[in-house]
Design a protein around this ligand. Sequence first.
Ligand code: ATP
Ligand code: MG
Length: 398
Amino acid sequence: MQLDLKQPDFQAAIPILKKIEAAGYEAYFVGGSVRDALLGLPIHDVDIASSAYPEEIKRIFKRTVDTGIEHGTVMVLDHGTGYEVTTFRTESRYQDFRRPDHVTFVRSLAEDLKRRDFTINALAVRHDGTIIDLFDGLTDLKNHQLRAVGDPHERFHEDALRMMRAVRFESQLGFHIEPATKEAITANAPLLKHISVERIAAEFNRLLIGIDRRFGIQDFVTTGLFAYAPALAGQRTALWHFSELPDTTFSGIASGWSALLFMLKLNPEATLKAWKQSNDLIAVVSQTVTLLAKMPTPTAWDLYTAGSRAVAVAGEVAVLLKPDFDQQALAAAYAQLPIHAKKELALTGRDLIAAGVRPGPMMGKLLHQVESQVVAGVLPNDPKKLLSAAIEMSRERQ
Ligand code: ATP
Ligand code: MG
């Protein structure tokens, strides 16, 4: 079988493969781009594998960058685009169930494909479209199956992250894990504790936003993997409920995490810290979960303090939780707020000082009171009216 390399990213990289071959080495497209192209999906990140050693690649091309030379990866620069070319390698020395700290370069494509995780990720394609399929990956691709290359127990012992990758690809592609592979994940799930949180999180995030997170989450639960992921042990039943939400795809990880943490009733800050997620994500998910707790009738102040991103995310999640939720009405209510941020308030501390109010905690309280009344629509956002209202309030407070 041939792969039609019509996608522009392949087309642009074909001269690189040809040049490596002309120099007497082998070169192939490998990994996710081959898999996705065969599935008729758009591709990203064209990966190239070659029998040429890094030094040899650097001799063939004028402009290269050592992006990961210790793993055998050299970036070839061509007309402003960078292509990662990785030398065929084996990863023979695995320690502690993690990825190897040492790789060995080899000249054999078969050796390189053997170390890959799943048969659908172990296909190689020559510049003329010829597919090299040593592990029956094409059949698995046709049957929408994830199957470990070789003995699944061994493969998960070598690198326990592959088990998370299995459930991630289930969700990303809408595939199923074939029985022997799933059985091996179930048997080896505890090995996940040897994997860094960051790597687990990278896969879990992709599971969350996949087209079929139902499969992904359900196998994450039934295989027992969830019990070795941060902060999720003991959440079997709640995770299962989460998996049964309508299977619309989340627009991003903020929506996925918000829905998950709201349903699991977990503290967003503590949980996402345990998952080593960014402060930015922690902020938006915390705001969203707080707002979700106020549904279906949040006050103007709830919307204002949540902010535009959390309002959008909460709308998306609320419809998922309750299909008749009026997402548009929520967006409209937010849009109609008199102000959306404190900097839009027509009264500042400086105005108050100019009017004779003494700076201090009292002034902060005053501004806050004015802000909340403007947001609630009680006071118009007008400089003169706010100033006189504030002065009135300050007298009342004295
Ligand atoms: P996507 O780009 O959609 O994430 P991908 O298959 O390209 O999917 P990458 O993480 O980019 O995933 O990895 C590229 C390729 O490297 C994979 O297709 C697979 O062949 C191999 N690979 C990646 N991680 C592992 C691993 N932990 N064990 C074995 N092979 C792996
Ligand atoms: Mg990739």
